[in-house]
Ligand binder design. Structure first.
Ligand code: BTN
Length: 265
């Protein structure tokens, strides 16, 4: 697996020598956070063959069976305040969508904020996590990405069957997880170079790929479910929603999940 990934990296890729492969882990994000807390450098990449406790946003799990998907985490150590990194999930989404398009030739949209959608089904998700140092600056961030590559629809648990798909079911292209890991590392390196200086450009790219904009949405917060229309994105990637009571608010990724009014999209 590791040599397959390295063979597809752009020559001289600085993260190649920091790549770690694990046949089976609880969660690559959980392990990445442990390694980062122990000092693992910027650009450390973890890839797993399967996860026994894959995690998603809002406390959900991420189904991570062996030999079917890519389970990937990247450790970043940008020198900045957390407020300068609010767009990290959007930036990672752009890189993920580009990598999938590189390998399949098919358009891959982003459902706000962290779902990659091909042909109307979720094929991948992103979980970003951050830790601060004693000066309240970013110590490290972990970008976790899970991609369904080879499943048939009947392979997904029943509760995911309406919304989930794989690159195989949605694009008809057989993508090897190792090749996707390399394409992601190539695209994420470009993204990382723009992360603090090219934020407006990254958000513009996210906006162009975001399939939620202009749609009627349900916004689920801890204590409420409200309906409205997604009007746009703010400079940090927050979703601007006009609710049915006439009020307009920016929804931040940490506090809410957004679905279509009548289902997943
Ligand atoms: C979501 O859909 O809400 C996000 C899913 C993120 C899953 C990936 S798989 C690799 C990394 N390790 C995890 O435990 N989660 C992320």
């Amino acid at each position: 697996m590791k040599s397959q990934i390295l063979s597809k990296l752009t020559p001289g890729h600085p993260w190649g020598e920091l790549l770690q492969y694990y046949p089976r882990v609880d969660s690559t994000n959980t392990l990445a956070k442990q390694l980062a807390a122990d000092g693992a450098p910027h650009g450390t990449v973890l890839v797993a063959g399967c996860q026994t406790g894959g995690r998603g946003r809002m406390g959900r799990s991420f189904h991570s069976p062996a030999n079917t998907g890519l389970y990937f985490s990247l450790i970043l150590r940008p020198s900045c305040a957390p407020s300068q990194l609010m767009h990290l999930t959007c930036a990672a989404g752009v890189a993920l969508s580009q990598a999938v398009e590189d390998l399949t030739g098919c358009q891959a949209g982003l459902k706000w904020i962290n779902d990659l959608v091909c042909g109307g089904r979720k094929v991948a998700g992103i979980l970003t996590e951050m830790s601060l140092n004693a000066n309240a600056m970013v110590d490290y961030a972990v970008v976790g990405i899970g991609v369904n590559c080879r499943q048939q629809l009947s392979d997904f648990p029943v509760e995911l069957r309406d919304a989930a798909g794989s690159l195989r079911t949605q694009t008809g292209v057989e993508v090897l997880p190792a090749h996707l890991a390399a394409a992601l590392m190539n695209r994420l390196l470009e993204t990382d170079r723009l992360l603090l200086t090219g934020k407006a450009d990254l958000i513009a790219k996210y906006r162009a790929r975001c399939i939620t904009l202009g749609k009627e949405v349900s916004v689920l917060r801890a204590d409420s479910l409200r309906h409205g229309t997604a009007l746009g994105l703010d400079d940090d990637g927050g979703l601007i929603v006009r609710f049915t009571d006439g009020s307009t608010e920016t929804v931040n990724s940490g506090e809410a999940s957004v679905r279509g009014l009548y289902g997943y999209l």
